[in-house]
Design a binder for this molecule. Sequence first.
Ligand SMILES: Nc1ncnc2c1ncn2[C@@H]1O[C@H](COP(=O)(O)OP(=O)(O)OP(=O)(O)O)[C@@H](O)[C@H]1O
Ligand SMILES: [Mg+2]
Length: 464
Amino acid sequence: MLARHSKEFEQALETTPRLGRSGTLNEIVGTSLIATLPGVQIAELVEIVRGTDAPLLAEVVGFTREHCVLSAYGETVGISPGATVRSIPGRRGFYCGSHLLGLALDAAGSPLAGIDESKPRAAIPEDAEWRNPNPPPPALAERCALKKQTLTGVFSIDHFTPIACGQRIGLFAEPGIGKTSLLNQINRNAKADVKVIALIGERTREVEEALREMRGPNTVLIASSSSESAASRARAAETAFSVAEHFRAQGRSVLLLVDSLSRLFRAYRELGLAGGETPVRRGYPASAFARLPGLLERAGNTERGSITAIFTLLLSDEIEQDPVVDEVKGLLDGHIILSKELAQRGLYPAIDITSSLSRLETSLLSDEQLLCLKEIRTFHAEFKDTERMIKLGAPIPANHEQLKAMHSEFERLLYREKEDVRDSWSELLALRNALIETQNTEVPNIGTATDPPNIGNTVLGFRS
Ligand SMILES: Nc1ncnc2c1ncn2[C@@H]1O[C@H](COP(=O)(O)OP(=O)(O)OP(=O)(O)O)[C@@H](O)[C@H]1O
Ligand SMILES: [Mg+2]
């Protein structure tokens, strides 16, 4: 007999008539499909038969005493009352393995229709494993401390909000400020064994662009665009985490890029409301807040490998009242804020170093590096204040021209693409020392561009 979830079982499942439970579709209410299908489980996939069209895939998202609530993965066109609904045994998971590298997948983990579906399925390699899309996060005992910096290749992130291997960080900005472009830049420059890119609820045009620009031999791209259902968008996030978890279990360092977490949260809201829940916080049902921590906790380090995760989030004008932003900031280990003012000045990536924060900064950088950053941050904030005051009519300080030149130099350092990190630290330190001289204080120099300070034994001065 074939072992359940073995490759042979999966292949047999593809080719033999399905023997799952079958029931009837009774009603469609908004985006919820109400069916009689006893014995199914939450998150199980079912198919709804529709005339001459291919069956429609749907997910079980809730149930009542008599009925189960389904959320379809596609358009409900062609569905008729009393349509047959069949459970698909064994179809909660999918195969993860090296055959996924370079591919684009749909929410259920199958090669994306019209893009990669023609690639032969026979190529499931020996190292492949059957993965459930929503397993529990790693237990506390399996987790390892986050101590080693992972480089993104973006100067302002690597210096002002350094990210640890296994860290989870949010990229917050108002619409159109450069979140997706920055993820793209990180994808191009970051060092990781495998990059998993999840596009959730993005415009179809952006998915097309990502398919052209973000794919590479060590990437796996999972897409569920804004035109797809809430169930599909939510499943896409779980599928992306499952792919990342597979490669982590293989001992790889994985970079997971999710664009966007806000749209995933909206999918959770739609699913909760469709399941009959009451909205509790600004239109969001309690389940939306309950689902997110379990998902985000799946990132991190284990003894074998790591998942470093970067999520984009949309800021609205009413930032204080946005429960999603507050909730996510509390769950993640840091946040990078993009500034509208910098984007308007054409300074990209428009990272605001004064409001961005990495909670692991102190364990990743040396004391000298932290001191250097603190002084440069202070200089930046004070310079901005002085400029504001001058505009309001305050007298111009004697050394203002000199400080202005230094601030321009500082902005030149911040807003550029790929850098050599060692040289960059030297440049930052040189800037800091020049600042100290200009401000004529008695704080001692901590190094120069040609004479880097003793900041550890590693090449970059980072603690390992
Ligand atoms: N690094 C960059 N260099 C030059 N232009 C940029 C850069 N980043 C962003 N832009 C400009 O900003 C525009 C919007 O960028 P992007 O789509 O990345 O923003 P977004 O925050 O992801 O938007 P949305 O919230 O709509 O998803 C781009 O079309 C481009 O004109
Ligand atoms: Mg975007």
